[in-house]
Design a protein around this ligand. Sequence first.
Ligand SMILES: [Zn+2]
Length: 247
Amino acid sequence: MSDTIRVHGIVISSMPVGEYDKRIVMLTKEMGKISAFARKARRPNSHLLGVTNAFVYGEIELYRGKSYYTISNIKASEYFTDVTSDIDKMMLGTYLLEVAGYFAQENNDEKERLLLLYRTLQVLGTGSMSLELIRCIFEYRTMVINGVYPNVFECGKCGRKDELVAINNNLEGVKCKFCAERDGYSECRPIKSSTMYTLQYVVGSSIKKLYSFELKPEIENEFILIIERLRVKYLNYEFKSASFLKI
Ligand SMILES: [Zn+2]
């Protein structure tokens, strides 16, 4: 008899396999990304039927077979129905799941990524922020968790921590007023100080407070334009669900 393993996490994807089974990929607190089989989960009377779908968060019981995990039960505590009941939110939510799943690794500490995903889905459900801004904040913090993102806290040329006024054209860092003026803004582009602060905030904030701010429209627009450029460089992958996004 194999021992039951208990983990906490969210179902990232769920695929039908064979006649009645499903193959589930989950992002968990204890084991990072794992995939497992849910036997007979597509039978109408299965206790796994409603809880082995994407967006379900809860306590997952599984056991290890010879070469794969099998799910015995999921006690769901969150379904994110505010997200799944709205087509635009669901599309973005699906993208968030795909991005988190792509970068998460097996047997790796993915607690922060899971927390980011959970918090982002919560905010997406409330509708308190534009979908575009939610996407960009999530993406930028994902770059930070991945460990590959521009240093926005000091001038890449002289190390100054204040008077940061521009982002380098290679998107690898920022520049202070003095260095930017010296090179005549030829290698960098000016950005507003509130946008610079927003970039720093998204890097340094706790996940809990990550979405607790409001931006003036011109700052939001500039922030989004920068993240769109960073996305190409740092999240360089064609996510299937991205093609369905209107934003
Ligand atoms: Zn400088």
